[in-house]
Design a protein around this ligand. Sequence first.
Ligand code: MLC
Ligand code: AMP
Length: 506
Amino acid sequence: MTNHNLFAALRSAFPGDLDEVAIETGPGLLYSWRDLEHGSAMMANLLQSLNLPEGARIAVQVEKSVEAMVLYLATLRAGYVFLPLNTAYQSAEIEYFLGNAEPSVVVCGSANFGWVSKIAFKAGTQNVFTLDDDRTGSLLERAAHCSDRHEVVARQADDMAAILYTSGTTGRSKGAMLSHGNLLSNARVLKDYWGWKPGDVLIHALPIFHVHGLFVAIHGALINGSKMIWLSKFDPKKVIEKLPEATVFMGVPTLYVRLLAEPGLNREACRSMRLFIAGSAPLLIETFREWQERTGHTILERYGMSETAMLTSNPYQGGERRGGTVGFALPGVSLRVVDDTGQRLPPGEIGNIQVKGPNVFSGYWRMPEKTAEEFTLEGYFRTGDVGKVDADGYITIVGRSRDLIISGGYNVYPAEIEGFINELPGVLESAVVGVPHPDFGEVGVAVVIARPGATLDSLRIVAEMKSKMANFKVPKHCFVVSELPRNTMGKVQKNVLREQYKALFA
Ligand code: MLC
Ligand code: AMP
């Protein structure tokens, strides 16, 4: 019987000579393929020694490190479910995720052990380990006693491999359940579509708690046996210094904007590069053009989401990479644009994007009703994105039907922020809208009304938010006003607010 464990496929692509360098870190540490093989075996043996139940979730909130990536590989190979969490999340956010996912194992930074372990034990977790980005922590201490031999646990293609939490339009985050088959099919398609070849070297400068850095980048390199230059944090100068040793780079648009701000970015620095890939948020056409002029390279833009991994891509070869578009549906992906009644629209017309394919997730963790709502009877997933397909097949994303802000590649749901602000003393109501921002693409702005007789201080509102929620969610500006624009039904007109504040950061 074939083992569909994603790790088995990644492992089989490791080079024959396991002593070759697999990863070079920013400070120059070298990890061989053998280190990845042995490290993941030891951690997998540790996880298996804990007698965890079938389908156990391993929740991980740690700084980026090679060991954190190895923990992801170990979770796959031991057949458990990886649950990555953004390091920006604070206690209320973590409490929700752990309460909802009920992980059997939680791994956190040692500085956070006190509060994270308290939340974890309350959620019923029995094992809390620490892992820091300097190769220390109880996880590594315990794994050091485990064998470096391990047989990859057999999994079916539809067995769950990871849960990625993605914010809900109303209320709380939903956990998108991705299977070994979802992730492997996508990795294989992208290997071919982006022309990965021997000798490729990827600069990995993204966080590893989201689809882009965790799946697209890591799977891309591993399934091709390609070396990674591993940067723990995005630093444009460091990336430019490393470009001459690399061939592939992936980034959210903010990374490209910040690289363009560096005088050192030029054709000479990019001489060995084969491919620059952008996604997770719209790439402005100005960025696309400026990149072409400065480097001689045409950025390849692609589109995806947590629930589906990658859906579309501009061509690597055999076609034009069109700025402002996200290219074609990837092989195996069916993508259609429909109106609000579900009728398929002709080319050029704008409507709701729906998708189907082996990469599309099976549903939201413990939310069968929500899952049912998001799939059509024919099995298409409603992406919440609005776009069009032109006559020659190029897809353009023109907006979103969901009230969502994408800031520097992170999703922020206004309803969550408004809910928080509305609970603050003296607040009657609030509205959060996204406005253009030169660095993050889009950022949130909060507009708040006070209760009669109350006085509000906008700086205090921002400070309150910073102390309780992930920093990237905090609106970059807060206005206290006397009233909000409303339509005849009394609903706040967010489009009017967006228009009013659109030049705030221009
Ligand atoms: C940081 N801040 C942000 C922010 N990142 N605010 C809004 N949006 C963001 N994305 C806050 C900081 O907390 C800080 O607040 C202030 O803004 C300035 O921070 P900075 O020092 O400039 O930020 P930095 O640490 O350099 O991070 C910026 C970044 C990071 C762009 C490198 O946001 C990042 O790595 N983004 C990539 C996200 C990503 O991987 N997305 C993929 C999702 S997958 P203060 O208050 O301290 O001043 C997906 C599917 C797909 O979408 O298709 O790929
Ligand atoms: P996430 O839920 O974090 O995975 O974010 C997925 C969302 O990011 C998608 O639904 C899109 O709205 C957006 N997105 C991803 N890639 C692109 C892109 N290239 N252009 C525009 N939006 C994108």
